[in-house]
Design a protein around this ligand. Structure first.
Ligand code: FPP
Ligand code: MG
Ligand code: MG
Length: 378
């Protein structure tokens, strides 16, 4: 019963909403402290891929024509989220909490009848803010010097300002999240933030101790870490988008399954690109993972073919020549190919899930996107 899906350019469907994304995020920031503003906005001024918001907006459209829970109320959504967030006071600091008519936040209707709600657009902004907050902190932890072809925030402004900017973004994202007035969505995204920290922690712990727990194989541990640091955000924001649209339980599960598997594939490809693409092409340091002592999928697969990689992994490639040796063995092995195959199988799982939604341009674009995730070069 599977129909051949026609090629749909995802950007064509939600390009307008994506164009507004950065502008809207900057409206959500603003502290009254010019330097804090400059640093917080820093990563929004370079060209990000915006893959997470893109997925959320398409998922919003794709689920808008899927079964809904009865009494899914939409009108209230148009109100409170549009109040400015730019001061450091909350809406409850203002005595007469009057809601003004919204001009910016109206739903966008596509020609094929799918809808993006204002809350769903705000969700896309919130998750890009959370993601960016994690990049500020990640670049400090990794000691990275470049991001999106520019000096990283920690290089431009120092570690202290970079950390504070990440915290500030997270705080502003939390206020915007609270404004959605949806406890389920709040819980989902709060859990995402915890998962990001857990993922980063697992990665650090992985390098600095024995590597695996008693119950998990190294590869299982790596996949769990990958879910925590990358897939959880995409999975739970897909779920949140469909919750905001009033979808049935079944539809929110489909959204989650798609996001989870696309997220896993995305990070697997990220870990593969670290081996096959140059820093110039990536816009950030390439070959970084071995330098950081990290054994990602390509190395773990290569280890199956070349057991002599074991001790190098264990000592985090810390001895003279370890990094070079490990890199050579990865290139000699099927590790890179196998990583891509695993990513492709997660993409297929994502496609199988999304095919359960009614046919729409947005659904086809989400299928198309899984292909882009596999073939991307940066
Ligand atoms: C990029 O990974 C980093 C992440 C996906 C998550 C980082 C999470 C934290 C630093 C925990 C703190 C979280 C928050 C919300 C403040 P990478 O280093 O593999 O990718 P890169 O090559 O892009 O640097
Ligand atoms: Mg990093
Ligand atoms: Mg990192």
């Amino acid at each position: 019963e599977r129909k051949e899906s026609i090629y749909i350019d995802p950007i064509k469907l939600v390009g307008k909403d994506l164009l507004d994304l950065t502008k809207n995020i900057k409206r959500l920031l603003g502290s009254g402290h010019p330097l804090l503003d400059t640093v917080s906005e820093y990563y929004f001024s370079s060209e990000g891929k915006h893959i997470r918001p893109l997925i959320v907006l398409l998922m919003s459209q794709a689920t808008s024509i899927a079964p809904k829970q009865c009494n899914a109320a939409h009108t209230e959504y148009f109100q409170i989220i549009d109040k400015p967030l730019s001061s450091s006071t909350s809406s409850f600091d203002v005595p007469n909490n009057k809601v003004t008519a919204s001009t910016l936040y109206y739903p966008s209707f596509s020609s094929t009848g799918t809808i993006i709600l204002p809350t769903q657009r705000r969700l896309a902004e919130i998750i890009e803010m959370i993601h960016t907050a994690s990049l500020f902190h990640d670049d400090v932890i990794d000691g990275s010097e470049t991001r999106r072809n520019n000096p990283s925030a920690n290089i431009s402004f120092g570690n202290k300002m970079a950390i504070l900017a990440g915290d500030f973004l997270l705080a502003k994202a939390s206020v915007a999240l609270a404004r959605l007035r949806n406890p389920e969505v709040t819980e989902l995204l709060a859990t995402v933030i915890a998962n990001l920290v857990e993922g980063e922690f697992m990665q650090l712990k992985n390098v600095s101790s024995k590597g695996t727990s008693n119950t998990m194989t190294t590869f299982e541990y790596y996949m769990e870490k990958t879910y925590m640091k990358t897939a959880s955000l995409i999975a739970k924001s897909c779920r949140a988008a469909s919750v905001l649209g009033g979808s049935t339980q079944e539809v929110t599960e489909i959204a989650y399954t798609y996001g989870r598997n696309i997220g896993l594939a995305f990070q697997l490809i990220d870990d593969m690109l670290d081996f096959v693409v140059s820093s110039k092409e990536l816009g950030k340091p390439a070959g970084a993972d071995l330098k950081l002592g990290l054994a990602t999928a390509p190395v773990l697969y290569a280890w199956e073919e070349y057991p002599e990689l074991g001790p190098l992994i264990k000592r985090k490639f810390s001895q003279e020549g370890d990094e070079k040796k490990a890199r050579e063995l990865v290139y000699q092995s099927k590790g890179i190919e196998q990583t891509k195959l695993l990513a492709a199988s997660h993409c297929q799982t994502a496609i199988n899930a999304i095919l359960k939604l009614p046919e729409s341009d947005a659904r086809n674009a989400l299928i198309q996107l899984s292909q882009t995730v596999l073939t991307r070069k940066k």
